[in-house]
Write a protein of this length. Structure first.
Length: 429
């Protein structure tokens, strides 16, 4: 039996394991080992690469930003940000829904995680939305959709992974995600407003500047945490890893000493939750490095490039095909495996066609973010379902409405490079 047949059998085998519910890390790891044996790629390399793949200072920001998200939720900072967002838009039909999406954007600017954003904001806002007359399914889908910006608005855990894999400046990637992330929030708010206006959901209350100022005062800790991350990285005062460490320290002190909502006895549980998520992500990053090596030996990038070139050499066609592949992958995979599997293959192809590598990173990851609410996978829909108790299937129809708005934002991001690149020259190193 030749190598190509054996590789095909191994691939079908691990796909079957994935469909049976085996964790994606084990699925990829088994494929890497099987493929290495078939092509006579030394297994000793796997152990060395797994260690060296994580032996990188920049990756320290990964567990730190994960911990930041848990701390701001436990410290009550997320609730204060949600109150401020609602005070700003309460005079618009569907204001509480708009505030939910806006809160997701603010939370994302500190946490960097889509699932943490959906779980935290969904847990806070869903009961309020239902009480205010919103359809419970729509309310849950709103939190799920809002969570998609968790990996786009900096700091972003997946941008750290992408930058590490593709050897790009993480600071540049963070800054590149600012305007596309804001555009995603606006697009989803437009969908939310239209749906609420059509169905008469939510109450409209007069705008009160006093309320805005009062809630802004209450949310100052959240604003300061956002300022630490954005200004520190944008100005070059400190690196993303240093920003993550400083933000963790600030959120910990704020929760313990200022809001008083974090108790010393609760710290082990908070650290354990963050450690569990880090423990899922870090092995994926390590094994992805080995996978890249195997793909290189198999000529996977050349095969995909040949497939794309078959449709033509136009940069527009190349970009649309890359986007289609990312979107299709996002329907069955979470953003991390999508990134570690497809970014090393598609990014060189897109760059060769004339797309800026930082711009393509944003295009790639916005597409991966849309996958969070795209059936049948739709991780954020599962998270929202778990938080609210509403079955997954009942959220899909409303999630698809938000997906239409996100697709518009994605196309604008893809074909207006200025949105991703305009701020980068201002970064100081």
């Amino acid at each position: 039996m030749d190598n190509s047949t054996l590789l095909t059998l191994v691939t079908f085998g691990v796909v079957a394991l994935f469909l049976l519910g085996v964790p994606i890390f084990l699925v990829i790891g088994l494929w890497v080992v099987g493929a290495s044996l078939i092509i006579d790629f030394t297994l000793a390399n796997i152990g060395v690469t797994l260690f060296e793949g994580l032996n990188f200072f920049g990756l320290l920001s990964l567990p730190l930003f994960i911990l930041t998200g848990d701390l701001i939720a436990a410290a009550g900072i997320a609730l204060r940000l949600a109150n401020f967002a609602h005070a700003c838009v309460c005079w618009i039909r569907g204001g509480l829904g708009l505030a939910t999406i806006g809160s997701c954007g603010l939370f994302a600017a500190i946490s960097g995680s889509n699932s943490a954003t959906t779980a935290t904001i969904g847990g806070i806002m869903h009961p309020l939305l239902v009480k205010d007359g919103y359809d419970g399914r729509f309310a849950a889908a709103t939190a799920a959709a809002g969570g998609t910006v968790g990996i786009i608005i900096p700091p972003s855990i997946i941008f750290i992974v992408y930058g590490f894999l593709m050897n790009l400046s993480i600071s540049d990637l963070f800054v590149a995600g600012i305007m596309p992330g804001i555009l995603m929030v606006i697009a989803m708010q437009a969908v939310c407003w239209w749906m609420c206006r059509k169905n008469g959901w939510g109450t409209v209350t007069p705008f009160e500047m006093k309320r805005v100022l009062r809630t802004a005062r209450g949310a100052y800790l959240g604003f300061f945490a956002i300022f630490i991350v954005i200004y520190g990285i944008y100005s070059g005062v400190f690196s993303p890893t240093e920003a993550a460490a400083i933000t963790v320290g600030f959120c910990l002190v704020a929760g313990l000493m200022i809001t008083g909502e974090i108790k010393w006895k609760a710290l082990p549980d908070i650290l354990l939750r963050s450690g569990q998520l880090t423990g899922m992500l870090a092995p994926m990053i390590a094994v992805s490095i080995v996978m890249q090596q195997v793909f290189g030996l198999l000529g996977a990038a050349d095969m995909v490039a040949a497939f794309i070139k078959w449709f033509g050499d136009s940069p527009t066609i190349v970009l649309l095909l890359c986007m289609g592949i990312v979107l299709a992958a996002g329907t069955i995979l979470e953003s991390l495996p999508v990134t570690v599997i497809f970014a090393p293959i598609l990014a060189p192809i897109a760059v060769a066609s004339g797309v800026d590598p930082v711009h393509f990173s944003v295009i790639f990851l916005v597409g991966a973010a849309i996958g969070f609410i795209t059936p049948p996978f739709g991780l954020n829909l599962f998270v929202a379902s778990g938080v609210t108790g509403i079955p997954y299937a009942k959220l899909v129809r409303f999630a698809l409405m938000y997906m239409s708005g996100l697709l518009v934002a994605w196309l604008l991001t893809a074909f207006i490079p200025w949105l991703s690149l305009a701020l980068i020259p201002k970064v100081g190193g």
